[in-house]
Design a protein around this ligand. Structure first.
Ligand code: PHE
Length: 464
């Protein structure tokens, strides 16, 4: 067909790339602090339920849409639907750009921590008070600027290399390494005094702490962590061949994503409790809890292990930033027929500029640091963008996807697409469960939660 679009080499390539997209700061940075702020085990449980009954079916829907149309997010909705539905894809592309703008800033923090631990004195200077260290670190404009700039450049270079050589290669090597280091650190953390208090907080649910905001945070976390609701998996699905079994692929991606999040919690909470810190510390949680164990390992081992941890966190973030950038890139390459290289650099520069206020919002500039006030808290510019696009935006995108499949594209066609490479699918019970979720369960839950979230967050209405 003379089709010049890239392709994954096969299921393993796709799974590695999609799992690479899913596993990122969402699992290791965001999941533990969300769990900590929302009461621990009960949040974990609700998050797991959301992932299985809504996340996995929506993921299948996205991949099916992408593989069927073989186009970018906008093109997929337009092709299988019409121009109006294309707006849903366009909205996803905008979410991708906005999420990347702040995600890249946090990735810059991780990168900065890697450099400071290995080549500089983080474990000496921060000694005894990593909280202060973190606060002054993220308030430093130049550190933010330089490290997030480097991170954006790395992302751009991999995306330029395209699907197989760039995205797929990076993910295949890095994902397994991440598991190994996480497990090693957990074994160590569990031996510390008081570690079991952390395990209890994490694994024994206290349902009295559950309210509406626990539920929407858990749902938002599930969507963010699985990279759903903005077309990342539509785009990756469009690089897949027809013969691949999509159900298996989606199941493996979900499992990998959940496992890494679960392990991250199992590492962080024992640490937090053994150090007598508060699990409710918020976005600084990982950056404050971890350095203490690296310090206890002694100067050399601390540098090696701490350095490897933050390096892998950077890699996990990188395979996610790649996918966030690929969504708008695919749109401009597919629809506007622009050259990949030009598009990548143009977009990377744009996203970097959009990210500047986020960089200044962790203490550097007061206006951005205390940008708004809602949910009884001061919110920084970064918080606001994150709430708007990575919680509300993704849930909305997922809601629209379920409506699209139910009313426009039709579940019959989705089943047909999912049966390619998986002949038994149409007759299986799985099909009925997936279709029930897409047509009934998910749209209702996503729709209701979307409305409640918007009312509660931005209009101060408290419903529960
Ligand atoms: N899933 C990624 C993470 O957990 C973030 C992401 C969201 C990536 C949406 C792509 C699309 O870090």
């Amino acid at each position: 067909m003379g089709n010049k679009r890239g392709r994954f080499s096969g299921r393993l390539g796709f799974v590695a790339a999609a799992a690479g997209s899913a596993v990122g700061l969402g699992n290791i940075w965001r999941f533990p602090y969300e769990t900590g702020e929302n009461g621990g085990a009960a949040f974990l449980l609700i998050y797991l339920i959301c992932t299985i009954i809504i996340g996995l079916p929506v993921m299948l829907g996205e991949i099916a849409v992408g593989r069927k149309s073989q186009m970018d997010a906008y093109g997929s909705y337009r092709n299988l639907g019409n121009k109006n539905w294309g707006m849903v894809g366009a909205f996803g592309i905008i979410c991708g750009i906005m999420i990347l703008s702040f995600y890249n800033v946090v990735a810059g923090w991780a990168f900065g921590y890697f450099i400071q631990i290995v080549f500089d004195g983080l474990l000496v200077e921060g000694k005894g008070n990593y909280g202060n260290y973190f606060n002054s670190y993220v308030a430093d404009f130049w550190d933010n600027l330089i490290f997030s700039f480097v991170f954006m450049v790395l992302t751009a270079f991999i995306v330029i290399r395209g699907i197989k050589a760039g995205i797929e290669m990076a993910s295949k090597v890095l994902m397994p390494l991440l598991f190994v280091i996480l497990i090693t650190l957990i074994v160590y953390a569990l031996t510390l005094d008081n570690a079991m208090e952390g395990v209890k907080f994490y694994l024994l649910p206290d349902f009295s702490a559950v309210n509406a905001s626990t539920i929407y945070s858990a749902l938002g976390q599930a969507f963010f962590s699985l990279s759903l609701g903005m077309g990342a998996l539509i785009t990756y699905g469009s690089y897949l061949k027809k013969k691949e079994n999509l159900f298996k692929a989606a199941a493996v991606v979900t499992l990998a994503d959940v496992s890494v999040a679960f392990l991250a919690g199992l590492l962080i909470f024992p640490l937090v409790f053994s150090q007598g810190q508060e699990p409710t510390a918020g976005p600084g949680l990982v950056f404050v809890a971890l350095p203490t164990i690296f310090e206890q390992m002694g100067p050399l081992m601390g540098r090696i292990v701490g350095g490897s941890f933050f390096l892998l966190l950077c890699f996990a973030a990188l395979t996610s930033t790649i996918s966030l950038l690929e969504v708008p890139v695919a749109y401009l390459v597919d629809e506007r027929k622009l050259k990949r290289k030009k598009v990548v650099f143009g977009l990377a520069a744009l996203v970097f500029v959009i990210g500047l206020p986020s960089m200044l919002s962790a203490g550097a500039v007061d206006f951005f640091t205390n940008f708004m006030h809602y949910e009884g808290k001061n919110k920084s510019f970064l918080d606001v963008i994150s709430d708007l696009f990575s919680e509300v935006g993704l849930v909305f995108g997922g809601f629209m996807l379920t409506l699209f499949i139910t009313f426009k594209w039709k579940t019959k066609k989705m089943t047909k697409e999912l049966s390619e490479g998986n002949p038994g699918y149409a007759k299986s019970i799985l099909k009925s469960l997936v279709n029930f979720s897409i047509t009934v369960l998910s749209p209702i839950i996503l729709g209701v939660i979307f409305v409640i979230t918007v009312l509660q967050k931005f209009f101060g209405v408290s419903l529960f």
